[in-house]
Design a protein around this ligand. Sequence first.
Ligand SMILES: Nc1ncnc2c1ncn2[C@@H]1O[C@H](COP(=O)(O)OP(=O)(O)O)[C@@H](O)[C@H]1O
Ligand SMILES: CC(=O)N[C@@H](CCC(=O)OP(=O)(O)O)C(=O)O
Length: 309
Amino acid sequence: MTPTRKHTALPKARTLIEALPWLTRHHGKTVVIKFGGNAMVDEELKRAFAQDVVFLRHAGLRPVVVHGGGPQISAHLDLLGLPSEFKGGLRVTTPEAMNVVRMVLAGQVQRELVGLLNEHGPLAVGMTGEDARLMTATKHYADIDGERVDIGRVGEITDIDPGAVQALLDDGRIPVISSIARSDDEEDVQPGASGVFNVNADTAAAALAAALGAETLMVLTDVEGLYEDWPHSDEVISRLTAGQLEKLLPDLASGMVPKMQGCLHAVRNGVHTARVIDGRVQHSILLEIFTDEGIGTMVVPDAETEGES
Ligand SMILES: Nc1ncnc2c1ncn2[C@@H]1O[C@H](COP(=O)(O)OP(=O)(O)O)[C@@H](O)[C@H]1O
Ligand SMILES: CC(=O)N[C@@H](CCC(=O)OP(=O)(O)O)C(=O)O
């Protein structure tokens, strides 16, 4: 006689059933996920990330991945004997460095993520902001202590045409996007890297989330969330409104500046929640979307202080 297995299977069934309200709530909704270069250094984490994104897609959500690659770009510049310098959290991008940025993001990091996602089926399609005019930018100048500083080929997004991304989503695909934008400046008409800009990946993800009318922007990084008094304490701010975040922005440092500016832009432009979560925790995306054990920092629009999770 075959022994019954119903008791051992029950906890698994409970886990699935517990996800039901979240599955219902998020069905058909667009989620833009920014995968940061620092969260991308561990092979197992990358595989778990790909599994989570594919899970979201099969659960009926519309995930879009925007990836970073700061450490990978710096490593390649170093290999070529070129310096890595940041001003106001953004890479000083010479025309020579722009070639490297484009090659590493579109040719290396994006290809790897597309490959990992496609181990689960014909799902992921890679593109950069140049493709189908997804992202157009103009030259960005850094503001360093009130001074306008030239940081080279760094772009500020002026227009997003999300048509190609929407078409891929409608076709059941997972767009994987590198944060490089085409230039519409007149002197930049020539093809090649001289006609494109390097855009911070947090900024690009936030702008895309707003343009797509996404429900959620999720930024995966290498810390637990926004620390209240970084680097002196590791107390994470779990929830804050756009207005509260706006007041904090001038005091924030380095990598958190584009992330939190991006979260603010997203929730002020129609995105329901923007979250900064710990990409070092395996399956952090699933925990965040399908359980009430949400981790990290959640930013909500001003009117919404209660209820959302
Ligand atoms: N208030 C803060 N809370 C958390 N991290 C902060 C804060 N201010 C600055 N940081 C720094 O920002 C870093 C994350 O940004 P970044 O290195 O650009 O990551 P990513 O590659 O994921 O985009 C953290 O590792 C931390 O060193
Ligand atoms: C202008 C600018 O700074 N661009 C970034 C683009 C990559 C990025 O943002 O990667 P992370 O998300 O891993 O930091 C850079 O060149 O490093």
